[in-house]
Write a protein that binds this ligand. Sequence first.
Ligand code: G1P
Length: 288
Amino acid sequence: MQPVRKAVLPVAGLGTRFLPATKVMPKEMLTVVDKPVLQYVVDEAREAGIEQFIFVIGRGKQVIEDHFDISFELESMLAERGKTKPLEELRAQLPEAGNVSFTRQQSPLGLGHAVWCARELVGNEPFALLLPDVIIKNKRGVMAQMMDVYNEHGSNVIAVEEVAPERTDQYGVVEINGSGDVFDVTGMVEKPKAGTAPSNLIITGRYILKPRIFDLLANTEKGAGGEIQVTDAMLTLMKEDGFKGLKFQGTTYDCGSKIGFLAANLAFGLDRPDLAPELTEIAKGLMG
Ligand code: G1P
């Protein structure tokens, strides 16, 4: 079985839901407590053993390249001032030299198209796909949990979770066969119309995919929202090769939505020993 060494992170989206914050700043760089959302996702992938990071960026996203580079002036200033802890943290978060690549999605044709733009950088091997809008809070990251499933079954894997039935029209929704936490996926539909979803299990934004997906994406027609959807290509891949679903351990925060982003800041803030006592008092005070 080929190991999963590479991760694709599509970060080309415009972030219109977060204007004016995202007028000049990529939505993936919004901070949850003191770390960009994107860094949480990269950390999750590294914990799972990912070595190579492929970012599919768009116009105006150059600060993402700078974020995953050494800031020489900043580091020497921190060193001079003896600020060793932040310096060590900055260094620890940086992927190894040569392990970060960037490619551009030139037109916003959809998530499936963004993933397809990474085909040459991924090559002929399985890869992890992580959508950086979503961060998931758990002691052990979701991608690491998914690697266990991949290593056991050698199959394509998607992370799924339950949502309220009235929200299924906002996501990719799966149909499954089996019970427990790991099962066969037997159907998938992107953003089903209200009342037509096959279940209330949605695709969470974490995938392990075999490279065959790229050939399928190349021939995928526009789907939901007039965009090329990764879910549509995955449905064909599922019929050819199978797909495992994992009901993962963890709490999801959709940082692409205002409420999810605020909730993430509260949850991750309350988890920090240096902030929790004061934050709790402030929250209590605000709630009356
Ligand atoms: C994408 C996927 C969808 C998935 C969702 C998770 O949709 O297409 O299948 O459920 O991410 O956040 P988007 O949020 O880009 O519309």
